[in-house]
Design a binder for this molecule. Structure first.
Ligand SMILES: NC(=O)c1ccc[n+]([C@@H]2O[C@H](COP(=O)([O-])OP(=O)(O)OC[C@H]3O[C@@H](n4cnc5c(N)ncnc54)[C@H](O)[C@@H]3O)[C@@H](O)[C@H]2O)c1
Length: 363
């Protein structure tokens, strides 16, 4: 599969990386540099370099793995590397990794000398199904998620699901959250497929990645700069980013997709309270999440801290909390405003749901 996106192609590769090989041959960048993290250097880079000869001699910069390193300090180290290598606007940066490498590498490239070209070779399910597509780059700053960043499209995205073989089940479930989000905001058919499957298995991933990328690509191609419909993709992310930031670096840290899964649940509860989400849809979707994810309750003190974090969400306007809400699977709306009191009630409703053993018995 090759999908045309906002000025570049998203290609589904097999083990020979034919699209990537052809892209590098045709574009003929005079200089190619590679950016990865400590895990993808070990698990992914040797295979990639074995398959694509143009990457064998490319200098490599390695960042430490994990969200806690998606920082200005690591962006600086990447800029230092680009500088030391004499990178200029004819140099290509190849980002090989999960969402952190794609976001940080894209950010470093899009700001260095006001922008050098970069491509993504995503290696986690989350990055394949979501993060590598659409051109959002960035770093976390002062405990806020993606506070500093750019929207700059990559020159190409090359997805090889073969990399998922070394990914842990926890990280597979993590990536699945963004696929569920794609279904809920834009594809009833994908939602039905997820529900029918019952549980996630590796043989489902190719089809799910394709379906998810198609939903995202359709939206970002219409609105690359997030002026309107692109906000659909933020479903679950207003609450979810706050949850991810709150626990970042703590003993009970949550992964991005896990936080977004909980964020989607809270925002479904909010949608019901605001009469935007259909009751039946809320119940069915929440039960699905409860089955597949370890959802944690939020005590009152944490809810206050989470709402404080949400006040810095990029979608807010005039200081008002702004949400994308789902009416039913495949149908969502943007720019729903909610008061702090209402958001607090949504967290409480979510907590009630976690306590309830079955259907219909939460407030
Ligand atoms: N730009 C966007 O549109 C967008 C969309 C969604 C999420 N994101 C961002 O993506 C990030 C989360 O991405 P993630 O979940 O991929 O996290 P990640 O990049 O930290 O990867 C998760 C872990 O898996 C390891 N890893 C990567 N590939 C591997 C492989 N093939 N085998 C073994 N280990 C491997 C990584 O080293 C890391 O330890 C968050 O920062 C989030 O904000 C961005």
């Amino acid at each position: 599969m090759q999908l045309r996106s906002a000025g570049y192609y998203v290609s589904m590769e097999d083990k020979r990386f034919r699209y990537l090989e052809k892209f590098l041959r045709t574009a003929a960048y005079p200089r190619i540099l590679v950016f990865c993290d400590s895990n993808t250097r070990r698990n992914c880079l040797p295979f990639l370099q074995g398959a694509v000869k143009q990457l064998r001699a490319a200098p490599v910069h390695v960042m430490p793995a994990g969200e806690r390193h998606k920082t200005l300090e690591q962006a600086e180290k990447c800029w230092d590397f680009l500088l030391a290598q004499g990178a200029d606007r004819s140099t290509l940066l190849v980002c090989v990794g999960g969402g952190v490498v794609c976001d940080l590498g894209g950010f470093a490239a899009s700001t260095f000398k006001r922008g050098i070209p970069f491509i993504h070779i995503p290696t986690t399910l989350l990055a394949m199904a979501d993060a590598s597509v659409g051109g959002k780059t960035g770093i976390d700053f002062r405990s806020y998620k993606n506070l500093v960043g750019t929207i700059t499209q990559p020159a190409g995205v090359f997805i090889n699901p073969g990399f998922l073989r070394t990914l842990s089940p926890r990280h597979l479930r993590n990536g699945m959250a963004e696929i569920i989000k794609a279904a809920l905001i834009g594809s009833q058919a994908l939602w039905n497929k997820l529900k029918e499957a019952g549980h996630f298995t590796p043989d489902m991933t190719d089809a799910l990645i394709e379906a998810s990328v198609k939903v995202k690509n359709k939206i970002v191609s219409r609105d690359p700069l997030e002026r309107n419909v692109r906000k659909l993709l933020n479903f679950g992310h207003t609450a979810g980013h706050a949850i991810e930031s709150y626990y970042l670096g703590k003993k009970n840290e949550v992964l991005h997709g896990e936080a977004i899964a909980m964020g989607m649940c809270v925002e479904l509860c909010l949608g019901t309270l605001l009469r935007r989400t259909q009751a039946q849809a809320e119940e069915g979707i929440l039960s699905f999440f409860k089955k597949h994810y370890k959802l944690r309750p939020f005590p009152a003190k944490e809810i206050t801290a989470l709402i404080r974090l949400m006040q810095h969400d990029k979608k807010n306007r005039n200081g008002r909390l702004n949400f994308t809400l789902v009416e039913k699977p495949g149908a969502a709306s943007i720019n729903n405003e909610a008061t702090e009191a209402m958001v607090r009630r949504a967290f409480q409703r979510y907590n009630e749901f976690l306590k309830s053993p079955g259907k219909h018995d939460f407030a």
